[in-house]
Design a protein around this ligand. Structure first.
Ligand code: ATP
Length: 348
C-alpha cells in the first residue's frame, strides 16, 4: 500500500511524526509493505512554493492507495485553497466516518458508548464545496448575505448506503439525524433516501431524530446509538460533541472515503493553543490511520490490513488504560514518546 502523507499546520507535523513509527510497526508485523511518500500543504507549502496546495500534490494523491492529511489552518491562508476541502472535493470523498467510543481508564462523561457518525462531506451548507465553481455565499448588499445549502438525491442515497453498510458490520442500527420539520424539502429528501436504502437492509433497523433533540439524546444516552447518518454541517457539529463525550478530541479518528480514494484526517483542528509543545495527543491521527488501513483491506480483500487496524485499536485502548499517553487522556508522556510507546506495544 502506498501512502501520501501531508503533515499540515499547527500540531499536524508533531502528531504525524509521532504516528509514523506506529505505521512502520504494523507494516512489519503484518507484512503490509507500506510505502510512505511525504509532501507539504498549508503554511509549509506557502513558504516553499507560494501556494497552499500544488497541482502535483493532487496528481500524486490520485495515484496512491491512501492519503494522510494533518489538520490545516485554512482560514489563515487568505484567498488560498483550503487543502481539506480541496481533497474532499477533488477526490469525491463523500463519506466522513467519525467513530466515537469510550476507553477504559478515561473519565466517563456520559457513560460507556461506541458509535459512529457518518457525515455527508461534499454538499450541504458548505459554501466552499457545494457548487461546481464559485462559492455559495453571496454578499447581496454590504449588510446582507445569502448562503445556499445544496442537497441532492444522489449524495443522500450514497451517504445513507455507506451508513447502512457500516451498521450491517456493527450493531445493526442506523439513526438518521435531520431538521425536516423546518428544512422540509432538503431534509425531507435526505430522509426519503434513507428510508429507501433501509429497505435493502432488512437486518438493520432505523430511527429518525431531529437534530436539536439529538444533542440532548447524545449527551443523555449515547449508548442507544450505533451508526448516525446526517448531512454535512449537522455531522460536523455532532461529531465534535460525540468525540469530546468519549473523553477527548484527541481520541477522535476520522476517515474521508469515496468510491476510489480515502483520506485519513483527524476530526479535530490545528489546536494552535498547544502547537509545538509536544503535548498533543497523536491517537486521533493513529486511529484515523487505522480506519484507512481497514478501508484498504476491505476494498482489496486483504485481511492483514484489517488485522493491523484491529491491532492498532486494541493497542490504543491498552495504552490509554496504562496511561501510556498524553495528559488530555490522563497520561504524562509527550507526543513523541506516546507514538514511540505505542509502536513498541505493536511490535510485541
Ligand atoms: P482550528 O482553528 O484549527 O479548528 P481549534 O483550536 O479552534 O483549531 P481544535 O484544534 O479542534 O480547534 O481544538 C479544540 C480544543 O481541543 C483545543 O483546546 C485543543 O487544544 C484541543 N485538542 C485538539 N486536538 C487535540 C489533540 N490531538 N490532543 C490534545 N488536545 C487537542
Amino acid at each position: 500500500m502506498r501512502l501520501l502523507v501531508l503533515p499540515g499546520d499547527g500540531i499536524g507535523p508533531e502528531i504525524t511524526a509521532a504516528s509514523m513509527p506506529v505505521l512502520q510497526a504494523v507494516s512489519e508485523r503484518f507484512g503490509l509493505g507500506l510505502k510512505i511518500d511525504e509532501d507539504v500543504v498549508g503554511h509549509e507549502s506557502l513558504k516553499q512554493h507560494g501556494v497552499s496546495v500544488r497541482p502535483e500534490v493532487l496528481e500524486a494523491a490520485r495515484k496512491v492507495d491512501g492519503l494522510v492529511l494533518g489538520p490545516t489552518a485554512a482560514f489563515e491562508y487568505k484567498g488560498e485553497i483550503n487543502p481539506s476541502m480541496f481533497f474532499r472535493k477533488s477526490l469525491d470523498l463523500f463519506a466522513n466516518i467519525r467513530p466515537a467510543r469510550t476507553y477504559p481508564g478515561v473519565k466517563l462523561r456520559a457513560g460507556e458508548f461506541d458509535l459512529v457518525v457518518v457525515r455527508e462531506n461534499t454538499e450541504g451548507f458548505y459554501a466552499d464545496r457545494n457548487m461546481e465553481s464559485g462559492g455559495s455565499e453571496m454578499l447581496v448588499t454590504k449588510d446582507m448575505v445569502i448562503s445556499l445549502r445544496r442537497i441532492t438525491r444522489h449524495c443522500c442515497a450514497r451517504i445513507a448506503r455507506a451508513a447502512f453498510e457500516l451498521a450491517a458490520r456493527r450493531k445493526k442500527h442506523v439513526t438518521a439525524v435531520h431538521k425536516a420539520n423546518v428544512l422540509k424539502r432538503g431534509d425531507g429528501l435526505f430522509l426519503e433516501e434513507c428510508r429507501k436504502v433501509a429497505k435493502d437492509f432488512p437486518g438493520v433497523t432505523m430511527d429518525e431524530i431531529i437534530v436539536d433533540a439529538m444533542m440532548a439524546h447524545a449527551v443523555r444516552n449515547p449508548q442507544r446509538f450505533d451508526v448516525i447518518v446526517t448531512t454535512n454541517m449537522f455531522g460536523d457539529i455532532l461529531s465534535d460533541l460525540t468525540s469530546e463525550l468519549s473523553g477527548s478530541l484527541g481520541l477522535g479518528g476520522s476517515l474521508n472515503a469515496g468510491a476510489d480514494h480515502a483520506m485519513a484526517q483527524t476530526a479535530h483542528g490545528t489546536a494552535p493553543d498547544i502547537a509545538g509543545k509536544n503535548v498533543a495527543n497523536p491517537f486521533s491521527l493513529v486511529l484515523s490511520l487505522s480506519l484507512l488501513l481497514a478501508w484498504h483491506g476491505r476494498r482489496k480483500g486483504l485481511k492483514a490490513f484489517e488485522a493491523a487496524s484491529d491491532a492498532i485499536e486494541k493497542a490504543v485502548e491498552q495504552a490509554v488504560a496504562a496511561r501510556e499517553a498524553t495528559a488530555d487522556v490522563g497520561g504524562s508522556l509527550g507526543t513523541r514518546d506516546t507514538g514511540a510507546a505505542l509502536a513498541n506495544r505493536l511490535k510485541a
